[in-house]
Design a protein around this ligand. Structure first.
Ligand SMILES: [Zn+2]
Length: 67
C-alpha cells in the first residue's frame, strides 16, 4: 500500500521536473492577456484557455527520463 503512495509521489515529482525543464509559457496567453499568468505548455500540449498548441515534437523517452 505505502509502495503505491511512494510511486505516486515520485511520479508527481517527476511531472514537476518535466514542467520545469520543458514547460514554456503559452505565447498566445502572453499577448492576449499579458497581466494574467500564461498557461505552461508541454510539447504538443494545447492551451485550455485559447487553444494554442505547442508546436514542439513530443518528448523522446530519453528527454522524459532525463528530467
Ligand atoms: Zn494560452
Amino acid at each position: 500500500m505505502s509502495d503505491a503512495i511512494e510511486t505516486y509521489k515520485v511520479m508527481g515529482e517527476h511531472r514537476k521536473a518535466l514542467r520545469a525543464k520543458y514547460g514554456v509559457p503559452c505565447p498566445r496567453c502572453a499577448t492576449a492577456r499579458p497581466k494574467a499568468h500564461p498557461s505552461i505548455l508541454m510539447p504538443q500540449q494545447r492551451c485550455r484557455v485559447d487553444g494554442y498548441v505547442d508546436p514542439r515534437p513530443e518528448l523522446t523517452d530519453e528527454q522524459w527520463s532525463q528530467a
